[in-house]
Design a protein around this ligand. Structure first.
Ligand code: BEZ
Length: 236
């Protein structure tokens, strides 16, 4: 197992996204600066020309318009080289027909990271899983370039794209409406009204129907937030 310190760096929620420049399938990028004012999803996959990764890329490709409407830039990464990336993406477009997805053109940048510089910077190399490839990491980075959510999946399990979208919409909804979201929340479902430090206020609210608020107890109050209102705010 590698003990080099740089391999053990794990960015945390609330940290500024580490900056880097890199070669990608869409030219050189300066991350996160090139995507000012946008949300970013920086994700890694273990290797080109592998089946789980192919299914994931097709899923990202299928949702590309949805991410665009949510003002979100996708950036992929693996420790493969640029020519491998280009050949793999071409194969996906020309040959793979999976679950009704075909002719899938991946238009977001895919970073070549043979040196593992970026992968190490983002804690994507997890030696217990693999010393030679990145795990399936997903970093959700907000328009202020802060890391807001991190997911790590092992090599053998493809990510859940409903959850990736749900997390993105949840973070954007929390920011736009000043609310928190309960377990399994989806747009259109009740949201949590923050009550921290305002027990008195919450108690008062328990007796009122203001904002159609419902309190289960003094520390747990929810209100309605329609799917329409969420979508009006989130979609560009
Ligand atoms: C895959 O994407 O299928 C895969 C990649 C690396 C290890 C195992 C599976």
């Amino acid at each position: 197992m590698e003990t080099n310190n740089t391999i053990n760096v794990m960015p945390r929620i609330g940290d500024n996204a580490p900056a880097f420049t890199a070669k990608t399938t869409q030219g050189e990028i300066n991350f996160p600066t090139d995507y000012k004012g946008m949300w970013k999803i920086l994700f890694s996959h273990p290797a080109d020309f592998t089946p789980v990764c192919t299914s994931e890329f097709m899923s990202f490709g299928k949702l590309a318009d949805e991410f665009k409407k949510l003002n979100t830039q996708l950036v992929g990464l693996s420790v493969d080289g640029l020519y491998s990336h280009i050949a793999w993406l071409r194969t996906i477009k020309e040959k793979i027909d999976w679950k009704g997805m075909k002719n899938m053109e991946i238009q977001f940048p895919l970073i070549e990271d043979i040196t593992m510089n970026v992968a190490k910077m983002y804690g994507m190399i997890q030696p217990g899983e693999s010393t030679t490839s990145a795990v399936r990491a997903v970093f959700f980075i907000d328009p202020q370039d802060k890391i807001r959510t991190i997911m790590y999946y092992p090599l053998s399990l493809g990510r859940n794209f409903d959850e990736i979208l749900r997390v993105l919409k949840g973070l954007q909804t929390a920011d736009n409406f000043g609310v928190a979201l309960p377990a399994d929340w989806h747009p259109g479902e009740e949201v949590i009204v923050p009550t921290a430090g305002s027990c008195g206020v919450a108690k008062e609210r328990m007796q009122s129907s203001e904002d159609e608020m419902h309190c289960y107890d003094w520390f747990f109050c929810t209100k309605k937030l329609s799917k329409e209102d969420v979508e009006k705010k989130l979609y560009k």
